[in-house]
Design a protein around this ligand. Structure first.
Ligand code: AMP
Length: 221
């Protein structure tokens, strides 16, 4: 089964995808995480991608698509996968349909997360992630802080702020790009009848865990 996470940065995609991945035993494939790992290791892919990511721009499809194809071909992604951050535009979505069709698969469920814009910016600025690549647990300094400041509750590694999360201008660029390039995917998947839209908001008290629980109930029905 192939599940996609849609939604602007800071809506809780990573959190929901992580919870689904843990329960279903399928990998969470986050293009942003793959890029960040390559940036940290200073690979040629990382150096090239960072030119775009540091400015809040999308990495070109010629770089992103082959990277996702390789990841989807790995053995752990054969039973199911949760794509988080891909596709980001219609061209990538069409390419994904082609790649999956070659394997006799399709996109089965698209979880579209929304959140009020003021909450999104606040959440991104307060986001901290575990620096241990095998853990990558996400925290929020106000909503979901770690027990010990700066340390991951799960694995004890240091918590860090993503470079592109600390720059308000880069955050705004990413949100504008989302509206322009990625939002059309909502209609694209709605037409295919696979879209499930959920709002995550502190105001209503419906958080990532509630959404993940409901989706798991639907999948396991
Ligand atoms: P994310 O962790 O999903 O917020 O991604 C961080 C950054 O990586 C984005 O702001 C983009 O610059 C880049 N990125 C992630 N996924 C994609 C994608 N599917 N296409 C192009 N760029 C991407």
């Amino acid at each position: 089964m192939v599940i996609l996470m849609l939604g602007a940065q800071g809506t809780g995609k990573g959190t929901v995808a992580g919870l689904l991945s843990e329960s279903l035993g399928w990998p969470q494939i986050s293009t942003g995480d793959i890029f960040r790992k390559n940036i940290k290791e200073e690979t040629p892919l990382g150096i090239e991608a960072n030119q775009y990511i540091s400015k809040g721009q999308l990495v070109p499809d010629e770089i992103t698509v082959p990277m996702v194809v390789d990841r989807l071909n790995e053995p752990d992604a054969q039973a199911g996968a949760i794509l988080d951050g891909f596709p980001r535009n219609i061209a990538q979505a069409e390419k994904l349909d082609e790649i999956l069709a070659e394997k006799g698969k399709k996109v089965d469920l698209v979880i579209n997360l929304t959140s009020p814009k003021d909450e999104i910016i606040e959440r991104i600025l307060n986001r901290r992630v575990c620096s241990n690549q095998a853990c990558k647990t996400t925290y929020n300094l106000t909503m979901h802080p770690p027990v010990k400041e700066g340390i991951c509750d799960k694995c004890g590694a240091e918590l860090v702020q993503r470079q592109d999360d600390s720059d308000e201008q880069a955050i705004k660029n990413r949100l504008d790009i989302y509206d322009e390039k990625t939002l059309p995917l909502v209609e694209f998947y709605d037409k295919k009848g696979v879209l499930c839209t959920e709002e995550i908001s502190e105001k209503t008290g419906r958080l990532g865990k509630d959404v993940a629980d409901d989706i798991l109930k639907k999948i396991n029905q």
